[in-house]
Design a protein around this ligand. Structure first.
Ligand code: CA
Length: 594
C-alpha cells in the first residue's frame, strides 16, 4: 500500500468513526435512506436539502431566519472547496445535503461528496466523456438527485450514473439518448412518485424532447413520454401510445425532428401526482419550415406521474420563431385572492418575457403580464392566454434573393427575459423574485436541412444590449397584480438562481463574482461576498447544530460568454473558476444572539 492510499484509508476510517459518533450523539439514524416522503416534505425540513428547488414545488424558500436582515452583515465563509483540475467552466449546480454529506456537481460531468461540517473530500466521480459530445451552451451540470442510498446525476453524453452515497461506487448506468444524434443532459434529475424523472437537451440539433421515468434503484424504464406530437411513448407495462394527434399542429414530416427538448427539469405536486415540465424550442429555429402551433414545444406540460400521460398543456409561444424555449420552471404556490379563495396556482417567468399564472390542477390561464420592460414580439397575452403578436418575425428566405431572409430586431433576445436560472417565491412576502435580463437581438432565417448530429437552426443572430448601464435586473414581482414591486439592476446578465428566506432576505449571484443578499421588501443590498469567479449557481440553505448555513457554487460560464454577441465584451474579463462556498454567521448565529 502506498503512502497516499494508506493515508486515504486511515482518513476514511477515522471519518466513519467520527460520523458514527456524531450520529449516535444526536440520536439520528445512521445513513438514513432518502424516501419520496422526505423529498415531498423537503421544504418543511430545515436540517437537510434533499430535492432540487428546496422542495417539490420549487419555491426555493426556507423558513430559516437565523440569518436575517439584522444578522446578515455577520455572514462569513465557513469553508470552501475547489473542484480542481483544468476543467473550469460554468458552474450551475445546486447542492444537496443529507446524512452529514454535501453533494455537488461541476462542469464536465463531475460529482463530489464532501463532509458538510468541514468541506473535506469523501469521494468523487469524474465521468469519462467521449469525443463528439454536443452541449449547445457550455459543459454545465445543474445538480444531482438523491434517493434511497444513491446519488444520481446525468452527463453531457446523455447518460445517467447512480452512485453509492457512502462510497461513490457506481451502482448502475443507463443511456437517455444517443449523444451522436445531438442529445446531451445538463439538468438535475427529479424524484417524483418514487420514479427518477429526466428530460434531455439537444433542441439546437433537432433532438426530439422526451420525458423518461425510471425505477431509481436500478434504472429500469417505467414510462416515456415524447413531448412532440406524433412520436410514440411507452406506458407502464410496455404498452405504447402516441403523443397528441399526428399532424394536428405540424404539417408534413417536420415533427419528426421537431425539437421541444425539456432540458431543465420540472416540479411536482405530490397531492395531484402531477409532474410539471417545460419544453424547449421547436426545431429548426426557422419557423417558415414548420407552419402550425407545433405542439408541445415551448409549452408547460402536466404529466400524470403514474403513466406519463399529458393531463394538460399550456403553450406559451405557439410556432416559436425566436428560440423562446418554454423550459422555465413552473413554481407551485397557493394564491389567496382578495375574496379569500385559495387557488392551487403555478407561476412561470417565460423566456418570451411574460409572467404566467396558471391553475395547476387543470392548466387554466389566469394571467400573463410582462416582467421585462422590452417585449417586441407580442403586444400582450389575450384573455384566452394566447399571445397577440406584433408580426415581428424574421422574413422567409424562400421569398428573398440569396440565402438570407429579411432580418428583424426583437426583444427579448433568444437567451430570454429569464433563462434557466430559477426564480424564488417567498411565502413571507407573497412575491416572486425573478432574475431577469433586458436585451434584444437581430435575427434572420436561412434555408436548412436536417443532418443527424449537426446544428439544425436555419437562423443567424446577434444579441445586443438595450441599456448602457444594465442587462440584468432582479425584480420583485406580485403575481396577483402583475406589477413589479422593486428592481435591482446589474451591469451584466443575471445567470444565477434565486433563494428567499423567512429572514427577509433574497440571495442570488452575479457574473461580477458576488453572492448578494437583498432586503426582500426594498431591494437594498444588505451583504455581498466576492467569490473569485462569476456566480451562475444556485444558493441553498440548511441548519446544522443550531446554526444556519448557505452554499453556492462559483465559476463563470454558461451560455452568455458563448452566445452573448455584443454582450461579450462586458464579461470577457471574468476569470474562470470552480469552487463551492459555504457560509454561516461568524458569531455562531444562534437564535439567542438576535
Ligand atoms: Ca433553444
Amino acid at each position: 500500500m502506498s503512502l497516499i492510499s494508506r493515508s486515504r484509508y486511515l482518513a476514511a476510517g477515522s471519518l466513519s468513526a467520527l460520523t458514527l459518533a456524531a450520529a449516535m450523539a444526536s440520536g439520528s439514524v445512521f445513513a438514513e435512506s432518502v424516501t419520496q416522503e422526505m423529498i415531498n416534505n423537503d421544504h418543511l425540513h430545515t436540517d437537510r436539502v434533499t430535492s432540487y428547488g428546496m422542495g417539490p414545488h420549487g419555491q426555493r424558500y426556507s423558513t430559516l431566519d437565523h440569518i436575517n436582515r439584522e444578522t446578515v452583515s455577520d455572514l462569513t465563509p465557513a469553508w470552501a472547496f475547489s473542484f480542481g483540475g483544468e476543467l473550469q467552466r460554468g458552474q450551475e449546480s445546486q447542492t444537496l445535503v443529507h446524512n452529514g454529506k454535501i453533494f455537488v456537481t461541476g462542469s464536465y460531468s463531475r460529482l463530489w461528496a464532501l463532509d458538510v461540517q468541514t468541506g473535506r473530500l469523501l469521494w468523487s466521480y469524474s465521468h469519462r466523456l467521449p469525443d463528439g459530445i454536443s452541449p449547445c451552451c457550455d459543459v454545465v451540470n445543474r445538480g444531482p438527485a438523491i434517493y434511497d442510498d444513491l446519488v444520481i446525476f446525468g452527463t453531457l453524453d446523455a447518460q445517467l450514473v447512480a452512485l453509492d452515497m457512502e462510497t461513490g461506487r457506481v451502482r448502475w448506468r443507463d443511456t437517455i439518448a444517443d449523444y451522436r444524434a445531438g442529445y446531451s443532459y445538463t439538468a438535475a434529475p427529479m424524484i417524483a412518485n418514487d420514479l427518477l424523472i429526466t428530460g434531455n437537451s439537444g433542441g439546437e440539433f433537432g433532438a426530439v424532447g422526451e420525458v423518461q421515468a425510471r425505477n431509481p434503484r436500478n434504472g429500469e424504464i417505467v414510462w416515456t413520454r415524447p413531448v412532440v406530437e406524433g412520436h410514440t411513448g411507452k406506458l407502464p407495462g410496455g404498452e405504447e401510445s402516441v403523443t397528441g394527434t399526428t399532424n394536428a399542429s405540424w404539417e408534413g414530416s417536420a415533427w419528426e425532428q421537431g425539437g421541444g427538448a425539456p432540458w431543465l427539469g420540472g416540479t411536482y405536486d405530490p397531492e395531484l401526482n402531477l409532474i410539471y415540465i417545460g419544453t424547449g424550442n421547436p426545431a429548426p429555429w426557422n419557423a417558415h419550415s414548420r407552419p402550425g402551433d407545433n405542439l408541445y414545444t415551448s409549452t408547460t406540460l402536466a404529466l400524470d406521474a403514474d403513466t406519463g400521460e399529458i393531463k394538460w398543456h399550456y403553450q406559451t409561444t405557439p410556432n416559436d420563431h425566436w428560440d423562446y424555449d418554454g423550459v422555465n420552471e413552473l413554481v407551485l404556490f397557493d394564491m389567496e385572492l382578495d375574496n379569500g379563495t385559495v387557488i392551487k396556482a403555478g407561476a412561470k417567468a417565460d423566456r418570451n418575457g411574460f409572467f404566467y399564472v396558471l391553475d395547476r390542477t387543470n392548466g387554466r390561464f389566469l394571467s400573463g403580464d410582462a416582467f421585462v420592460d422590452n417585449i417586441t414580439w407580442a403586444e400582450r397575452i389575450d384573455s384566452d392566454g394566447r399571445p397577440v403578436e406584433t408580426g415581428n418575425r424574421p422574413g422567409n428566405p424562400a421569398e428573398t434573393e440569396g440565402d438570407r431572409g429579411e432580418s428583424v430586431t426583437v426583444a427579448p433576445a433568444f437567451l430570454g427575459g429569464k433563462n434557466w436560472n430559477h426564480m424564488s417565491y417567498s411565502q413571507r412576502t407573497g412575491l416572486f423574485y425573478i432574475p431577469s435580463n433586458e436585451w434584444e437581438m437581430e435575427i434572420w432565417n436561412e434555408p436548412v436541412t436536417y443532418r443527424r448530429g449537426a446544428a439544425y437552426l436555419g437562423a443567424g443572430f446577434t444579441i445586443k444590449p438595450i441599456y448602457d448601464d444594465k442587462v440584468g435586473v432582479l425584480r420583485a414581482f406580485d403575481p396577483k397584480t402583475g406589477q413589479v414591486k422593486w428592481e435591482a439592476p446589474n451591469p451584466t446578465p443575471l445567470w444565477a438562481s434565486v433563494m428567499t428566506t423567512a429572514g427577509g432576505l433574497v440571495f442570488t449571484g452575479t457574473p461580477e463574482g458576488y453572492l448578494k443578499a437583498f432586503d426582500d421588501e426594498t431591494g437594498e443590498v444588505l451583504w455581498q461576498f466576492q467569490t473569485g469567479s462569476g456566480v451562475v449557481g444556485q444558493p441553498v440553505t440548511w441548519e446544522m447544530d443550531g446554526e444556519q448555513y448557505i452554499s453556492v457554487v462559483s465559476g463563470w460560464g454558461g451560455a452568455v460568454p458563448l452566445w452573448g454577441g455584443e454582450i461579450g465584451p462586458l464579461v470577457r474579463h471574468i476569470s474562470q473558476g470552480g469552487m463551492l462556498w459555504v457560509f454561516k454567521l461568524h458569531n455562531g448565529g444562534h437564535v439567542a444572539s438576535r
